[in-house]
Design a protein around this ligand. Sequence first.
Ligand code: CA
Length: 428
Amino acid sequence: MLYRTTRRPLCLTLASLLLLAACAETPQTEANSPITPAQPQAPAVVSPPAQVSTAPVSAIDFATWRQQFRGKALQAGIQSELFDRVFAGVTPDPSVVRADGAQPEFTRPVWEYLEGAISPTRVRKGQALLSQHAATLSAIEQRYGVNREVLVAIWGMESSFGQFMGEQSVIRSLATLAYEGRRPQFAEDQLLAALQILQSGDTTPAGLRGSWAGAMGQTQFIPTTYLSHAVDFDGDGRRDIWGSSADALASAAHYLQASGWQMDKPWGFQVALPTGFDYALADTEIRKTYAQWHALGVKGTPAGLAAEDTGYLLLPAGHRGPAFLVFRNFGAILRYNNSSSYALAVGLLSARFDGGGQISGSWPKDERPLSRSERVALQEGLTQRGYNPGPADGIIGANTRRAIRAFQQSLGLPADGYPTPALLQQLQ
Ligand code: CA
């Protein structure tokens, strides 16, 4: 999955779809999938879609839209013969419209999300694949400077190592979203890129399969990411992220390389915080070297870090849960899927392949994540009190976290910026 617009998301995968609520820094849409659900703040996964927003009603019929898009596609260099062949018989897919409009009410707690993402089965499978593909992975590491463990972790997260890549027609899904989705321009750009993929001969219309959002293959790349970063690593002349694990892994490596991956550097590690720690320092915008964090009493095992490497403190479940220092490679994973829960899962899974990645301490399991409507209510309450959390969209981004911190500080509470049911109650 690679998508995201603003921050350049990349992907969208099944995993990301599952993530839904997570992320913190994410703006709404993008992240890996452009079309991927937004990632609000917390961790993950969604339960059954509780609300369906109304998709924009298109003012024109599908045939008219297709004719208009055909003109744009031809102008962009798509051959008319290809366009007409690919679009023959294509109709909007109602299931795609429903998926696009779904806004899950409930968010899975981060500890449950991680438990699912880093299951013993997935760890064992990944270890077996690391061994099976050792020669290919060595060659990929040499060419792109991206560690094999993170590639295999992403492979596992995105498609369960190629087992679940999505079976829908990418052309039909994207045509539906361009015609009547929530982000028609994004979908149209992806659709045009999908046509360019077909014109390049890398795959066939029948082979261009993916998720409802257009995320494709073992890496769940969206079409624009495919065009910019997919590579033919096995040398058969085609960039085949569906059928060739070598192509898929090398394509993911190429993307991570472009996102700033540093070979053999840690993505992050768990840390212990001292009593009385100022939790307001746990903010993606507050970056310090390990030496500076250490001077503040933050203690961890910084294997592989250089003195100048800077990172920020991540509290996935607020001040009552485990704390992590995360560095530049964590940011590279976020470029793949802009959800801190996703990036944490990838980091921990990659460490687990080598026997690490265990979390010490406990999660605040008595504290359930706020639902979507509760997050909206929280934002409304903060606004009423003058804290400026931004629009009440249910997404806990930087502005909302800042507003939560200010409210927490006014109450003399630890200012971790983490929304809880208790805090919501105090606002109301
Ligand atoms: Ca190939």
